[in-house]
Design a protein around this ligand. Structure first.
Ligand SMILES: C[S@@+](CC[C@H](N)C(=O)[O-])C[C@H]1O[C@@H](n2cnc3c(N)ncnc32)[C@H](O)[C@@H]1O
Length: 318
């Protein structure tokens, strides 16, 4: 649980998101920031929570689907997003516990499968429709929001042909997801925040200076989230070359007097990120240990036993 009051929530349940670590990370950031860049923003849980101390927030990610979803959620009113989502729920005969209550669906619930049995057919029809229909960018994003609300672990994953391929999960567009959407809409209202589809290397073109600040939470080389892996399901695997290129980019920022903070994992069980450890030895950066146990939800119980050294690497004095 994050102890910071009034946290702005993201509607995306992103693997490796920093929501549970915000109370450890945010106090280490500068108090006043001109331009804040969340370089590998994912669900933007960090960028969304520096709006109160930054003149401008820019969130970048190489995942086009994620960025288009965030842009769409920013552009439309909460009422119109919810109305569109509810229409899709009706069209595909999916459960709607928020409006209809739990009892209507109770007889379909088996063990801890939630609404899986009730939604299976509708969800698969919806996923096929989404994967085979040409839609404008914003309509597509709303369909994706519905898929994410009903899919396994609310995770986002596309195969190499760009098809959404998550299986059915046990949740629906429930009070918790609506609450996150509401928080996102309230938190970004009249705020200077932009979401861009781009590789991290574009940062060199931003002409940042000493009052700007870059936060970077890249895929971790020694963990295996869906966005890390070089396999048939991922067009942008995180490789040693990407890691080295990112570290060079951070060196460039440092030389230009731009402050940065890099989240990463130095070691996990019997693995070490040697590239990063060697890089740290060459520089006089500050290493702050992060208590990653906060991050573990009940779903990730086994993380609690795993030995892992999660850190925040800073190129400035706190
Ligand atoms: C650990 S996740 C970020 C999670 C995020 N901090 C949050 O709280 O939701 C890493 C992100 O890096 C993105 N990424 C991978 N390669 C990238 C690249 N070359 N440039 C920018 N972003 C990249 C992935 O798409 C993924 O969203």
């Amino acid at each position: 649980m994050c102890l910071i009051p009034d946290i702005v929530k993201t509607p995306l349940n992103y693997t490796g998101n920093k929501s549970r670590l915000l109370d450890q990370i945010l106090p280490l950031f500068p108090k006043k920031i001109n331009r804040f860049v969340d370089l590998c923003c994912g669900g933007a849980s960090v960028g969304l929570n520096v709006l109160n101390r930054s003149k401008e927030v820019v969130c970048l990610d190489v995942n086009k689907n994620v960025i288009e979803l965030l842009q769409t959620l920013q552009m439309f009113s909460e009422e119109s997003i919810v109305a569109k989502v509810e229409q899709i729920i009706k069209d595909f005969n999916l459960s709607d516990t928020f409006n209809n209550g739990y009892d209507v669906y109770k007889k379909y619930v088996e063990g801890n499968n939630g609404f899986k049995n009730y939604n299976k057919i509708g969800y698969e029809k919806l996923r096929n429709y989404f994967n085979s229909t040409v839609m404008d960018l914003n309509t597509r994003a709303i369909y994706l929001l519905v898929l994410l609300s009903y899919c396994f672990n609310n995770d986002i994953r596309f195969n190499s042909s760009g098809k959404f391929n998550m299986p059915i999960g046990k949740t629906d567009f429930n009070a918790s997801i609506r609450d996150k959407l509401h928080s996102f809409k309230i938190g970004t209202k009249n705020k200077n925040i932009k979401f861009y589809f781009s590789d991290f290397s574009v940062i060199k073109e931003f002409e940042l200076s000493k009052n700007d600040f870059v936060y970077c939470d890249p895929p971790y080389l020694i963990t295996n989230a869906v966005y890390n892996l070089a396999n048939s399901k991922n067009n942008n695997p995180w490789t040693e070359e990407q890691e080295k290129a990112l570290l060079k980019t951070l060196e460039y920022l440092h030389k230009n007097n731009v402050k940065f903070a890099l989240s990463n994992v130095l070691s996990k069980e019997n693995m070490e990120n040697k590239i990063l450890i060697d890089w740290i030895k060459l520089h006089d950066f500050k290493i702050v240990d992060i208590d990653y146990h906060y991050r573990s939800s009940s779903y990730h119980k086994k993380n609690r036993q795993a030995k892992e050294r999660e850190v925040l690497i800073l190129n400035y004095d706190i």
